[in-house]
Design a binder for this molecule. Structure first.
Ligand SMILES: *Cc1c(COP(=O)(O)O)cnc(C)c1O
Length: 833
């Protein structure tokens, strides 16, 4: 069906200007025929006996055909133009489902819905059977996925590089209120989106020794002889931009044994032993490390990092040489972005490739590396900064350790030359001498990059004052800010079709191509008729979530109550504990004064805790314990409910966020680098209660002080108090409400079967309270009462919610990517009219 449109010549013609690619004009009849052909010939099922998952596979393959046409056209286009490509290296891609997003981006959603309906199949039902690809932990991985979509949308020729984990993030079950984990096997029914590329495979070495010989001019030539070599095999998934403008490639590596069965052992009759090596080798791409914001520290993790970094760089250099022949032009044809320090070994690996394999001088190699590489920092938490023991790197990557020492020697010489003190010297050093000898991956990434960015204005400023203060002094101007964003295609159009339609009817379609045009909604904020429509959409989304809550946890909630939502990884700095303690205070207050005019609330929590993060798991248990007491107390029946939804992931977020009235973004100021959940909620018309942290600061500037609930200590105030040596028990003594709440939790009011259960949680608040829960408790409670007051005034609430939608366009990841393209990568983007 596509032959006419995409003859080779036509494809090349459109590839010259991908913006001119025609919209996919699927009529439902021909799309139905394509689905039926896929069902018959690719799935091998007669429509009469096909099951839901067969239809899902058939429609996915039908869509894939449309995608592949554009994929080839755009890929060919870049080759022909010889332009610069962007390479986004990320150990995580939190992708979620792809069917609806792909259909939406090719304007085939209604076509597919109609096509399937004509054979009696419900698209929305089968779409929910697609597994949620969770090759990431949280915000960092989700950012990478939003960036892939936005790069394709704004016309950046890009490859994402990562690992094809067989098991993504674990599945969370809640058993008797406790989190338990089980493996998530997202590939068990196959993956229709990926193309295995057996021919695209690279050898990645580990261990062994470095041999030095004399080169022709007498200088030393180094050659690494690894003890162990494994194969990285590519699997490609197309990444479709809005309106199919471009289709880029997400290339994920899978580990394979070079010698799949050890033949000697096999022939000697040791059939099990012959396969043991293979199992060990292939464990590299077996599972995602489930810790968020804390380094895993195990050797297998370092192996994963080097495995995907090395194969990606080999692929980049191979592609460059094949097309441009001269390795020295690499920086003009390739921009490599490191998403956090997980691929920071790229700095040493690039130097090794350039010097040992391509025989460049140190100076040339370092200039090329630095001009090509740039690095995104995602956290300032000292315990979260990645370091590796020198002996481990020496053993696993001996040549890289030599190169790191050599880079470091030059950095330290430069620092000394600029008059640095001893303290400054040890701060800029790539080797940390204070905790045993460890390689600081952040410093390695910093010195090997031409730009280093933070992910919100506040975070980038704090980078300059804290972790990278001395490196910033040594290399002024290198640090820059790129505030995160989210793709409005997934987080508005696909997740919230009701609101999308209402907006189109109200302000037209221009906002679909340029989210900042949502501003056209400003004049409708006070319009009572628009407010009614807006509220009806929100109500329908809430009714859908209420149904899901009933089905999942068996609790009935009222969609007309305020849905107050706190969903994200469970982490002490994100302060779910502050929220649940305030919930207890509210519960006590309602019981004490049932006659007052309370705003009915449903408190909704979701999020996973790293399996080894004990205090986070206790917070989950506390939320569930509180839920049990509150939800069965007739005294608060219509006024307060508490829900913990299990197994938070992208697909669950897509249901919860459009149904939220209030978004909880209450991290300890200075600790959330940006947040992106905050942006998704604002775009879907929730009001934010939050601290001045991460991108909340910029959200306040965009939506206006009157349209957001900001409370609590600011980042500098938190620092001041830390320095002054505050005592949390003073905070508790000064707050009778908090005092009462903590006493009740500590004495087991919410854990009658084990009264000791939450004592540890409370005692750590009394003694140290690292995350300033007791400092912010009263301010948070007071602001929640302001929230109640506004909720009572429906028109005022709706006006603010609408203004949030109108003013969130800047937080589109299209804007973020344009900034990276202009200021870091030096690549062009499509202009918007
Ligand atoms: C957006 C998103 C996150 C990040 O949320 P924050 O609130 O910014 O921490 C994490 N997980 C999923 C599934 C998401 O969609």
């Amino acid at each position: 069906m596509q032959n006419k449109l995409y003859s080779a010549e036509a494809a090349l013609a459109v590839a010259d200007d991908t913006a001119k690619l025609p919209e996919a004009t699927g009529d439902a009849r021909s799309f139905r025929d394509l689905i039926l052909a896929k069902l018959t010939y690719a799935v091998g099922k007669d429509p009469i006996v096909a099951r839901d998952h067969d239809w899902l596979r058939a429609v996915s393959l039908a869509l894939r055909d449309h995608i592949v046409d554009r994929w080839m056209a755009t890929t060919r286009g870049v080759y022909r133009m010889g332009g610069k490509r962007v390479y986004y290296l990320s150990l995580e891609f939190l992708i979620g489902r792809l069917l609806k997003d792909g259909l939406n981006n090719l304007s085939l959603l209604n076509t597919a819905r109609e096509a399937l309906a004509s054979v009696g199949v419900d698209l929305d039902m089968i779409a929910e059977m697609e597994p949620d690809a969770a090759l990431g932990n949280g915000g960092l991985g989700r950012l990478a996925a939003c960036f892939m979509e936005s790069m394709a949308t704004v016309g950046v020729a890009a490859y994402g590089y990562g690992i094809r984990y067989e098991n993504g993030l674990f599945r969370q079950n809640i058993v008797d209120g406790w989190q338990t984990e089980s493996p998530e096997n997202w590939l068990q029914n196959g993956n229709p989106w990926e193309f295995p590329r057996r021919e695209v495979a690279y050898e990645v070495g580990f261990g062994g020794a470095v041999e030095a010989t004399d080169g022709w001019d007498g200088s030393a030539v180094h050659s690494w002889k690894p003890a162990e070599t494994i194969l990285a095999v590519a699997h490609d998934t197309p990444a479709v931009g809005w309106r199919g403008n471009r289709v880029n490639t997400l290339r994920l590596w899978s580990a394979r044994s070079l010698d799949p069965i050890s033949l000697d052992a096999f022939n000697a009759g040791d059939h099990i032993g012959a396969l043991a090596d293979r199992t060990k080798v292939e464990s590299i791409s077996r599972v995602l490390y489930p810790a968020d914001s804390t380094p895993a520290g195990q050797e297998l993790r370092l192996r994963q990092e080097y495995f995907f970094t090395s194969s990606s760089l080999q692929d980049i250099v191979r592609r460059h040489l094949q097309q441009h022949r001269d390795i020295k032009t690499l920086p003009t044809k390739a921009a490599i972005q490191l998403n956090d320090t997980h691929p920071a070994i790229a700095v040493a690996e690039m130097m090794r490739i350039l010097i040992d394999i391509h025989s460049l001088s140190w100076a040339d190699a370092f200039a090329i590396t630095r001009e090509t590489v740039s690095y995104t920092n995602h956290t300032l938490l000292p315990e979260a900064l990645e370091t590796w023991p020198v002996p481990l790197i020496e053993r696993l990557l001996p040549r890289h350790m030599q190169i790191i020492y050599a880079i470091n020697a030059r950095v330290l010489t430069e620092a000394r030359g600029s008059g640095a003190s001893d303290a400054m010297i040890s701060a800029v050093s790539i080797i940390d001498e204070t905790h045993g000898r460890r390689v600081r991956m952040g410093n390695l990434a910093f010195v090997g990059s031409h730009k280093v960015n933070g992910v919100s204005a506040l975070h980038s400023d704090l980078m300059k004052e804290t972790v990278f203060r001395d490196l910033n002094a040594l290399f002024p101007g290198r640090i820059t800010n790129k505030t995160n964003g989210i793709t409005p295609r997934r987080w508005l159009m696909t997740a919230n079709p009701g609101l999308t339609t209402l907006l189109r009817e109200t302000i037209g379609d221009a906002y679909l191509d340029d989210a900042e045009k949502l501003k056209a909604l400003n004049p409708f904020a006070k319009d009572s008729s628009f407010q009614e429509h807006f509220a009806a959409v929100k109500h329908a989304n809430k009714a859908r979530l209420a149904k899901m809550i009933q089905q999942t946890v068996g609790l009935r909630v009222d969609p007309s109550a305020m849905f107050d939502v706190h969903i994200k990884r469970i982490h002490e700095y994100k302060r779910q504990l502050l929220n649940i303690l305030e919930t207890i205070a509210l519960y006590n207050a309602i019981r004490a004064h049932p006659e007052r005019d309370w705003a009915p609330r449903v408190k909704i929590f979701a999020g996973k805790a790293a399996a080894s993060y004990t205090s986070a798991k206790y917070i989950i248990k506390l939320i569930n314990d509180v839920a049990k007491v509150v939800n069965s107390d007739p005294a608060v029946r219509n006024l307060l409910k508490v829900v913990f939804m299990p197994n938070y992931n992208v697909s669950l977020a897509e249901v919860i966020i459009p149904a939220a009235d209030l978004s909880e973004q209450i991290s300890t100021a200075g600790l959330e680098a940006s947040g992106t959940g905050n942006m998704k909620f604002g775009l879907n018309g929730a009001l934010t209660i939050g601290t001045l942290d991460g991108a909340n600061v910029e959200m306040k500037e965009h939506v206006g002080d009157d349209n957001i609930f900001i409370f609590g200590l600011k980042a500098n105030e938190v620092e001041d108090r830390k320095r002054a040596g505050r005592n949390p028990s003073d905070n508790i003594a000064a707050s009778p409400i908090l005092h009462e709440v903590l006493d009740s939790v500590e004495s087991g009011v919410f854990s009658p079967t084990d009264r000791e259960r939450h004592r540890g949680t409370v005692q750590s608040l009394r003694s140290s309270d690292w995350f300033f829960v007791t400092d912010d408790f009263d301010a948070y409670g007071a602001m929640q009462r302001n929230v109640d007051a506004l909720w009572a005034d429906k028109a005022a609430w709706r006006e603010k919610a609408i203004l949030n939608v109108a003013r969130m366009g800047w937080f589109s990841s299209d804007r973020t990517i344009r900034e990276y393209a202009d200021e870091i990568w030096g690549v062009p983007t499509l202009s918007v009219e």
